[in-house]
Design a protein around this ligand. Structure first.
Ligand code: AMP
Length: 273
């Protein structure tokens, strides 16, 4: 991969990189199509990164479909699929990590210790191997995007970080490889995530300025759906990710829940009028 990347750069087209964990869906494909507008050479990495999973999380059963992924990535405009083995990425003796400090302590970071250290480290490794001019990330993983942006600025990485909006199913559920885990009744309940965000948005747009009241309104929607375990319901500053007390400007609504054993996240940024 590093050799191919060097050839591409020498030929005048630094690749556009789309890092993924595979099991590609329409959300990923939208990112790949955006990448294809940024460079004639699109690299999609497919790597289920063990270091970003905690003990008891779904690393072992995370869906893997490299053959289908390769076909789908190609049809969306990727020229190269880079799918390394864990042993290649983390050979014996590996001991260097990237720690992005403050913003990784909030939201998902507070519940998944070590997760963003794993993400930042593997993304920096991918940048160094693929040497992209641009890399595309989805707003579905809002905090991840913020962490990568911070790392890129802090470490002067010569990569343009490009965001793609969150892609949803027709009924509003955020597309995710993990949606495949949901049983039919769980899939129906999962619509409550987007509904809860919508309720939060309505509250803000109709003048609610207490962040706690907005959190409560969102929580109520999730509670009413039944069978949803709430990890967090967050009303936060979209830059620092700090929890808000009062709504004064652009606001991040974010939530993480468990439906059965499946962990799902969703978010929306709202501007009060
Ligand atoms: P993943 O394979 O889940 O690690 O995701 C790889 C990339 O695709 C990340 O930048 C995600 O934010 C992005 N992505 C995944 N699902 C969606 C979605 N529904 N909408 C937009 N981007 C997404």
């Amino acid at each position: 991969m590093a050799r191919r990347a060097e050839d591409l750069r020498a030929g005048g087209s630094a690749p556009a990189l789309v890092p993924t964990m595979g099991s590609l869906h329409e959300g990923h494909l939208s990112l790949i199509r955006l990448a294809a507008t940024l460079s004639p050479a699109v690299v999609v990495s497919v790597f289920v990164n063990p270091t970003q999973f905690g003990p008891g999380e779904d690393f072992a059963r995370y869906p893997r479909n490299l053959e289908a992924d390769t076909r789908l990535a190609g049809s969306a405009g990727a020229g190269i699929v880079f799918a390394p083995e864990a042993a290649d990425m983390y050979p014996e003796g590996f001991q260097t990590h990237v720690e992005v400090e403050e913003i990784t302590r909030r939201l998902c970071g507070a519940r998944r210790p070590g997760h963003f250290r794993g993400v930042a480290t593997v993304v920096l490794k991918l940048f160094n191997i693929v040497r992209p001019g641009a890399a595309v990330f989805g707003e579905k993983d809002y905090q991840q995007l913020a962490v990568i942006r911070r790392m890129t600025r802090d470490l002067n990485l010569p990569v343009a970080i490009v965001a793609h909006p969150l892609v949803r199913e027709a009924d509003g559920l955020a597309m995710s490889s993990r949606n495949a885990y949901l049983a039919p009744d769980e899939r129906i309940r999962a619509i409550a995530l987007n509904r809860a965000l919508g309720r939060g948005r309505e509250a803000i747009l109709s003048g609610e300025r207490s962040a706690e009241a907005v959190r409560r309104a969102m929580t109520r929607v999730l509670d009413e759906a039944g069978g949803i375990g709430i990890e967090y319901v967050s009303v936060a500053d979209p830059e620092s990710l700090e929890e808000a007390r009062e709504i004064t400007g652009r606001t991040l609504l974010a939530l993480a829940v468990k439906i059965g054993p499946t962990r799902l996240i969703d978010n929306m940024v709202v501007s009060p009028i």
